[in-house]
Design a protein around this ligand. Structure first.
Ligand code: AMP
Ligand code: TRP
Length: 326
């Protein structure tokens, strides 16, 4: 049986929040429950991608450790699957150059990330223009078969498949298998102001923030003015959406029932949400998260997976050189 290779990346552009947890981290932890005899999961922190947007140039080095520590503290099984940092594998950038030689500028000009930047008068950098090539190389470097991503990334995945095909065609080789996108349809979690929860809007419920801050952020969740007695519709209730985002089905069903029945106020719901947060983000996980952010601890823990993934990428780079008769 051939083992399916599943790969996904998370950017390191700010403090992680509940939207990242529901939309990216939980799905990764679910994938990583897969049997390693059937599927290998590769997850990496896309820290180089953090340099594609000059306006959001926010210490990718600092946030890289937070992303990795968060995944590890929440139980990503690094003994079975792979976790690494993009910037630990310089061969990916060598691949970027080789792949660039088979891609026309016009194709990248149609990319939405670049067009959005132009439309918003953002003066895009060359790094932003090349973003889809870097992303394609992340994927092709390990010859991934499947890439779980949010819908916003679907064009990048189409480009990646096109790039793989045109490199194979140009070099008359089967250098790359054509990767498939696995588009995830996770709902967008709103922040406290109703807009998408996002660090750029400052409307987040931050993961692993100090407990006083979390408690304050939970207390501040906006609700309507229904009395404690009145029955409430869970789908209109932000506290309920945050409970859903935490991913515990039992507590979520309990809150839905209580809201519908009435005699359950928003204060009660917030107290239950606070409890549910503490059940996921336990003191042990807080301690682990703090410890794992240290460079030396992370380097140690990720040494073996890094060796594994780097040897795969070195081999892929070699295949590209041969294909180009370089
Ligand atoms: P970002 O760094 O903001 O691009 O977020 C990284 C990933 O987290 C995204 O690709 C989404 O999968 C997820 N994500 C971010 N914000 C939200 C949100 N408000 N609701 C759901 N998922 C989100
Ligand atoms: N561009 C992705 C995002 O913004 C992150 C990413 C970079 C990625 N390289 C990747 C995702 C390769 C999947 C595969 O969310």
């Amino acid at each position: 049986m051939t083992i399916q290779r599943i790969l996904t990346g998370i950017q390191a552009t700010g403090e992680l929040h509940l939207g990242n947890y529901a939309g990216a981290i939980l799905p990764i932890l679910e994938f990583a429950k897969a049997n390693p005899d059937e599927q290998e999961v590769f997850v990496f922190c896309a820290d180089w991608h953090g340099l594609t947007n000059k306006d959001k140039f926010e210490k990718p080095g600092l946030y890289r450790n937070k992303v990795l520590a968060c995944l590890l503290a929440l139980g990503y099984p690094v003994d079975k699957h792979v976790l690494y940092t993009q910037s630990s594998i310089p061969e990916i950038l060598e691949m970027v150059w080789y792949l660039s030689s088979s891609i026309h500028v016009g194709i990248l000009e149609r990319n939405v990330t670049y067009k959005d930047a132009l439309q918003n008068n953002k003066l895009p950098t060359v790094a932003l223009f090349n973003y889809p090539i870097l992303m394609a190389c992340d994927i092709l470097a390990v010859k991934a078969n499947m890439v779980p991503v949010g819908k916003d990334q679907s064009q990048h995945l189409e480009l990646c498949a096109d790039f793989a095909k045109s490199f194979n065609h140009m070099t008359q080789t089967e250098c790359f298998p054509i990767p498939k996108a696995y588009l995830q349809d996770n709902p967008v979690l709103p922040g406290n102001d109703g807009r998408k929860m996002s660090k750029s809007y400052g409307n987040t419920l931050e993961l692993f923030a100090d407990l006083k801050t979390v408690q304050k952020q939970i207390k501040a969740i906006k609700t309507d003015s229904k009395s404690r007695e009145e029955p409430k519709d869970p789908s209109d209730c932000l506290v309920y959406q945050y409970m859903q985002a935490l991913g515990n089905q039992e507590s979520t069903a309990y809150m839905a029932d209580k809201l519908r029945q009435g005699n359950y106020g928003y204060g009660d719901a917030k107290a239950d949400l606070w409890q549910a947060y503490n059940a996921v983000f336990t003191p042990e996980k807080y301690a682990l998260y703090a410890e794992l952010q240290q460079d030396s601890v992370l380097t140690d823990m990720l040494a073996e997976p890094l060796e594994k993934v780097r040897s795969i990428v070195v081999e892929t780079t070699q295949h590209m050189r041969q294909a180009l008769k370089f």
